[in-house]
Design a protein around this ligand. Structure first.
Ligand code: ZN
Length: 337
């Protein structure tokens, strides 16, 4: 079974962070953190619909201009999420440019900003036709932990302590679809590209009674067709199991409270991406700078029973010592020491 999401860290572990998460079934992607985007192709950047910024320290937010530059002049809606003061930070970015000509552009860029506070979220809109002036007062909603909920996935957040608020993020696929080979055999069907279409239809339509045409080629290259209802076919050839869970934890101090929150957020993740800024021997410095050590990152991964641990955001003081950071985290992940 191919996973639906293919997350990849944009840069090496010493560079400004960003996790690019393209979708298997659509030309679409999510982005966790808005660091240096220069290694992402324009084609990939155009796929991004939602950007989740953990906090607005420069290394996590410097990609804003690159994103805006590329999207300007396009018909596009982009959704940005960030912690306390995020609306003000985005407005400060937008207002630092002169926009006297863009209202005449053929296409409209709309920016939807969500600011996450402890008890509420604020939403604001900006539009290139209005020279990116805010569209009235921000709207307020309660903060439930959920930031985005769609047919087949959701994004949730917790607020972590990095001396400022820092958002921990998790992307959860509602279910994943595995194909039952015996089911195919019983129906006289063969594998082929139609299975991709089938999975896409199940993701999008669920249990619909709509018609689904299976088209495939046999060994003699003859084209064969069979009609089903989507729900019938799903019952016979699809096994629905829990989907992927991808968790992303950037900067935070390794306090007991933070660690508990991080473990809860990451619980049973398929992959945990987590910062490992310092070695355990420099824990004093990690605490002073409100960052995790590699050992703490490994302990969180272990307690959360994640399947795969991926580290990022190494302090530049460890250039050439990546192995030590990775070893320390992996040791804590596997054995708890
Ligand atoms: Zn930071």
């Amino acid at each position: 079974m191919k996973p639906s999401f293919h997350p990849r860290l944009i840069n090496d572990s010493f560079s400004d962070p960003g996790l690019f998460i393209p979708f298997l079934f659509e030309k679409r992607a999510l982005l966790f953190d808005l660091g240096d985007l220069s290694k992402l192709s324009a084609r990939d950047i155009f796929k991004i619909s939602h950007v989740f910024v953990t906090h607005t320290h420069m290394d996590h937010f410097i990609g804003f201009d690159a994103l805006l530059r590329l999207l300007l002049g396009r018909d596009k809606e982009i959704y940005l999420f960030g912690p306390s003061d995020f609306i003000q930070k985005v407005e400060a970015k937008l207002s630092s440019y002169t926009w006297n000509l863009i209202e005449n552009y053929e296409n409209t860029l709309s920016i939807y900003v969500t600011e996450i506070k402890k008890e509420k979220i604020l939403k604001q809109r900006y539009n290139s036709r209005d020279r990116f002036k805010p569209a009235g007062e921000p709207q307020q909603f309660p903060f439930t932990g959920n930031l985005l909920s769609e047919e087949h996935f959701s994004v949730n957040a917790v607020i972590l302590d990095h001396k400022i608020d820092c958002i921990g993020l998790t992307l959860k696929e509602n279910f994943s679809i595995n194909i039952i080979k015996e089911g195919l055999k019983e129906l006289g069907l063969e594998v082929g590209p139609w299975l991709r279409e089938f999975k896409k239809a199940v993701y999008e339509e669920g249990n619909s009674a709509q018609n689904f045409k299976v088209v495939w080629k046999d060994k003699d290259n003859r084209i064969l067709k069979k009609d089903f209802t989507l729900s019938d076919l799903k019952e016979k050839i699809a096994m629905i199991s829990p989907g992927q869970k991808i968790t992303y934890i950037a900067d935070m101090i390794g306090s007991p409270e933070n660690i508990t929150k991080a473990v809860d957020l990451a619980k049973d993740s398929s992959t945990l991406f987590i910062e490992a800024a310092f070695l355990d021997k420099d824990k004093d410095m990690a605490q002073k700078k409100y960052h995790l050590t590699a050992k703490e990152a490994g302990i969180i991964a272990r307690r959360a029973s994640v399947k795969e641990l991926r580290l990022f955001h190494f302090s530049p003081r460890y250039f050439g010592q990546e192995k030590e950071l990775i070893q320390e985290a992996m040791m804590a992940f596997r054995s708890g020491t």
